[in-house]
Design a protein around this ligand. Sequence first.
Ligand SMILES: [Zn+2]
Ligand SMILES: [Zn+2]
Length: 419
Amino acid sequence: MTMHLNCLGASGEVGRSAFVLQTDRRVLLDYGVKIFDEAGKPSYPLKLEGVKLDAAFISHAHLDHSGFVPNIYTFSKIPWYGTPPTYDIADVLWKDSMKIQGDELPWGNAHYKKALKYWHPLMYNHAVSVGETSFEYRDAGHIIGAAMIDVHYKGKRLLYSGDFKMEKTRLHEGAKRVKGEVDALVIESTYADREHPDRAELEKKFADEVYETINEGGSVLCPAFAVGRSQELIRIIRAYHKDAPIYLDGMSKEVARIYMKYRKYLADYEGFMEDMESITLVESIQDRKNATEGGSVIVSTAGMMEGGPAVNYVKYLNRDSKIIFTGYCVEGTNGWLLQNKGQLRVDNNLLEVELPVEYFDFSAHAGKGDLMKLVKDCNPEKIACVHGDKSRSENFAEELKGMGYDAVAPKLGDKLSFQ
Ligand SMILES: [Zn+2]
Ligand SMILES: [Zn+2]
């Protein structure tokens, strides 16, 4: 039985993951946005001209997978499925999009409200049928509630990896290994050309840097993504430094409160709760002042220093302080400027920053070894390499071809067929 996959985004790029899967029904697999395109503006999935949809399945809450869901409700009333944490976090991120983009968004408050209304929860290892096609979520280990989507249709099986991580982290156990063969695999390629550094060594190095700086009376500013990374950093810092004052600021606070709701989705819920109780959630000007007095760690959004309180902290850090990035920054963003040019845009002025800036790769994505592990576990007839820079996804597909797999890196707008 043939399945078709129409690529509306994340094809030759990271961002705006959006695919229409056609079996006996038409279903969206993710519907995300690209927050910063080459011009620094958001870009959206290709238009769904005249396509009548039946449902949408969202792999996880990150905006590059969920950010365009409210737009569905400008033209349709289909149900969308996501795990409960995906729903809670997407809600926070959508509200933030409305705050930041306002009238520039192609959808508004009414569509956001409809999106909340048309959500259907789907738990890990549970399946739901749309027509004769069944959809099951599998733990993807990437962020809280992140899922791979396992599709069965008339004896054929397609696995959509979404973003995944197999390795255990402080927050999550890592993706569940896939059992049984898969006919078609749609796999992320974000880091298809490299291995991440050894996690234990990286944590130790990071903790040493933190210790050195706070011991000398400086503050460590960690601009961090609100979802997952901020909470992970708190767990790492606390594992090594029992008494270091930690301040959490920005949207990560709200996200952390959501994490607290979901015992079953965390690897060590008690430990997480204990760590959260030991830190200061920044709520006042006085808290911010205390945070920059030295001897403490500040974990704050935004990860790329575009918006959020992180940017403002820089002006108040003392000269013994340090700025440590732990996530990828898109070229042209403030985080990128700081790492590459020692500059920061603040209120339309360019600020020269003298403080040392470092980068630690605490990625929540699979490295090359894990991508290969998933391919081998699935042993698919056909592979689509998506969610990676053009050259990375193309090289990944070439490499897989060299191993005897029928692999392709689709271009935007391509329609793939799986027999
Ligand atoms: Zn993600
Ligand atoms: Zn992604």
